[in-house]
Design a protein around this ligand. Structure first.
Ligand code: AMP
Length: 279
């Protein structure tokens, strides 16, 4: 696995691969790799001739400077974790490589980015779409792999690729969970011991609520019950707990089409997000 930090070095490799007709897969990450990220790598390896994992903690998608400062940075152990996967390149650009002096472009996707994380973190998705567009172009990716853990992000990136005629096919991969159901996330490292024990309750509530809605319970009543249960358990604030269309993320009060239940809840100063399918 080559570690590359400079986009011109990366371009030399990807040009040669493209000329040889090889399919390039990309797995964009912010590092602090866990089994969720590695599942994307496994899928990419199975579908592509070449795989590039990118590691970039993108300052433009953080809406809180403290969150950016506290984001775990574990480059050396990330490289060790990737070693068994026979990835071709670990691309670790510097912020100055991504945003050189004079950088003035921002890409904004409307519609699917409204509400949920887009509502709770204004500007977040503009940061995501701008960096993802750059990474897909820099890596010349034919396919890029994103987790359903960040379901809204996956929909936003799909829209971006479609609207900008990018050649990259966007592929969603299932959420990988700890044994107790907690969705794996780099931010879980910041949970204290007691909070870590409580955190799986998010998935318990999501699963129970999804099942109740599937069995015909009133959506507003179930959402209110689950929100109250999370607050009573010690979560707070709860940024959102909502049922939305899986296809276009429109808010739903009846699950009359494939839907997803989304939550973002704070615990121990850490923002946990998760989502499950309904129907
Ligand atoms: P991040 O490093 O958090 O920006 O995540 C990089 C990619 O890994 C994104 O496509 C995420 O959706 C995906 N990802 C993060 N956690 C998980 C998980 N538990 N299961 C599957 N994919 C994940």
């Amino acid at each position: 696995m080559k570690i590359i930090r400079c986009k011109s070095d990366l371009r030399q490799l990807t040009d040669a691969w493209t000329r040889a007709g090889e399919i390039i897969g990309v797995v964009p990450t912010m590092g602090a790799l866990h089994a969720g990220h590695l599942s994307l790598v496994t899928t990419a390896k199975a579908q592509c001739n070449r795989v590039i994992v990118t590691l970039f903690v993108n300052p433009r998608q953080f809406t809180n400077p403290e969150d950016l400062a506290n984001y775990p940075r574990t480059e050396d152990s990330d490289a060790v974790k990737l070693a068994p996967f026979n990835v071709d390149v670990l691309y670790i650009p510097d912020p100055s490589e991504m945003y050189p002096a004079g950088f003035a472009t921002s890409i904004s996707v409307s519609g699917v980015s409204a509400g949920l994380c887009g509502g709770a973190r204004p500007g977040h998705f503009d940061g995501v779409t701008t960096v993802v567009a750059k990474l897909l172009l820099q890596t010349a990716g034919d396919a890029a792999f994103f987790g359903e853990k960040d379901f809204q992000q996956l929909q936003v990136v799909k829209r971006l690729a479609l609207d900008l005629d990018l050649k990259t096919k966007i592929i969603g991969c299932p959420t990988i969970r700890e044994d107790d159901g907690l969705a794996m996330s780099s931010r879980n490292l910041r949970l204290g011991e007691a909070a870590r024990k409580l955190a799986p309750q998010v998935y318990v509530e999501l699963s129970q609520t999804a099942a109740a809605i599937e069995q015909g319970a009133s959506v507003p009543q179930e959402l209110a019950r689950a929100s109250a249960a999370l607050s009573a358990a010690g979560f707070g604030p709860i940024d959102y707990l909502e049922l939305r269309s899986a296809a276009n993320l429109a808010p739903l009060t009846h699950p009359d089409q494939p839907a997803r239940l989304f939550v973002a809840a704070w615990l121990d100063g850490v923002r946990l997000i998760d989502n499950v399918a309904v129907g």
